[in-house]
Design a binder for this molecule. Structure first.
Ligand SMILES: [Zn+2]
Length: 194
């Protein structure tokens, strides 16, 4: 049927694909729940709290330059970018620079390999925790520290996966600065261990 003259899937089917993709990520439930809350625009960002008249200013508590949407907090803010810049380069290439969190990440979630999706979920959660540490504890973690936490969590998820029925191992290099292996690396390991 040609309800889509351009041959593109409907918005509804794209969204339903996104939810399937998020829940299909091989990561602990809490990590997937976080990504789902981000894609549903339900994180307590200043913009969301401002809309509900909970806070006066919608501005980002870290840079104070832009309204703190979910996309800003997790992706476009300079302090989010400094963490992402240490991770998957492929993802940085694929991601749009503007739009809602869902608009930015949807194309990426559909194109990346399963282990790259785990990295995205873990990194987004770490960026949000960094923001909360600053806001509530006045403790600003350097990007390198956040990326080390991401690395540690990826390793622990690797162990978790090994112990699960899938027996898939996340292999990441032991380096001080996180630099994602090329996609072929992930795919090879994913296929080899399955
Ligand atoms: Zn900001």
């Amino acid at each position: 049927m040609k309800d889509d003259k351009l041959g593109q899937p409907s918005r509804q089917s794209i969204t339903s694909n996104l939810w399937k993709k998020i829940w299909g990520i091989k990561a602990p439930q809490a990590t997937k729940s976080f990504l789902w809350r981000a894609a549903s625009e339900s994180l307590a960002t200043n913009l969301n709290l401002h809309k509900r008249k909970v806070v006066e200013s919608p501005l980002c508590p870290i840079c104070s330059m832009h309204p703190e949407s979910v996309a800003h907090a997790l992706w476009t803010c300079s302090v989010a970018q400094d963490v992402w810049s240490m991770g998957s380069r492929r993802m940085q290439k694929l991601c749009m620079q503007d739009g809602s969190f869902k608009e930015i990440f949807m194309p990426v979630l559909i194109q990346l390999y399963p282990l790259e999706l785990i990295e995205i979920a873990v990194t987004a959660k770490a960026v949000w925790h960094r923001r909360n540490s600053w806001l509530f504890e006045h403790d600003f973690h350097p990007a390198i520290q956040v990326s080390k936490q991401v690395l540690a969590e990826l390793n622990s998820i690797g162990t978790w996966l090994e112990n699960s029925e899938k027996r898939i191992k996340v292999q990441v290099p032991h380096i001080t600065q996180w630099s994602a292996p090329p996609p072929e690396f992930f795919k090879a390991n994913w296929d080899a261990d399955r």
